[in-house]
Design a protein around this ligand. Structure first.
Ligand code: NI
Length: 176
């Protein structure tokens, strides 16, 4: 498969809702998911959504592998969600730095729900359900926002907490 070009903020495909997948287990869908993972990994990202590579379908991938010498970070299983629906559990949220491969070199502090359940389909059309907390939940919300044409800066409450990573001199989280 292939590492694809990532669209940057300003491209119209990133700013509009994507369409649900209606036919599963096709070579095109398998190819899309493989390209999403290849592109995510090649860019050291934690997640990627189909519209970021110019495909306006409701498909996201995410996952974080943590080296054994870095036990501070949460390992997140490599996951494919097709037509995902997120259900926040309770109203609790927190704020943390995020980046996005479509907005390279920048970071911002974004509020997200801390606990959610999700339902989706896998690549073969089998219904799946899951639960996520903390960074895992944040990542799922960031990626699923892409499917609705929402980029993280739209959710920033205090734009003073938005800027170029090298100027902010913070510990950079993964882009997604
Ligand atoms: Ni992103």
């Amino acid at each position: 498969m292939a590492v694809r070009t990532i669209l940057r903020m300003g491209h119209p495909v990133l700013a509009r809702p994507s369409e649900p997948v209606t036919v599963f287990d096709t070579p095109a869908l398998h190819g899309l998911v493989a390209d999403l993972f290849d592109t995510m990994v090649a860019n050291q990202g934690a997640g990627l959504a189909a519209p970021q590579i110019g495909v306006a379908l409701r498909v996201v991938v995410f996952g974080v592998r943590v080296p054994q010498q870095d036990p501070e970070r949460d390992e997140i299983p490599f996951t494919v969600l097709v037509n995902p629906v997120l259900e926040p559990q309770g109203t609790e949220s927190d704020e943390a730095w995020e980046g996005c491969l479509s907005i390279p070199g920048m970071r911002g502090v974004v509020p997200r729900y801390t606990h959610l359940r999700y339902s989706a389909f896998d690549i073969r059309g089998v219904s799946i359900r899951g639960e996520a907390t903390g960074f895992h939940a944040r990542l799922a919300q960031h990626e699923c926002d892409h499917l609705d044409g929402i980029l993280y800066p739209y959710r920033i409450r205090d734009l003073r907490l938005f800027g170029f990573t090298d100027a902010l001199s913070l510990q950079a989280p993964s882009e997604s």
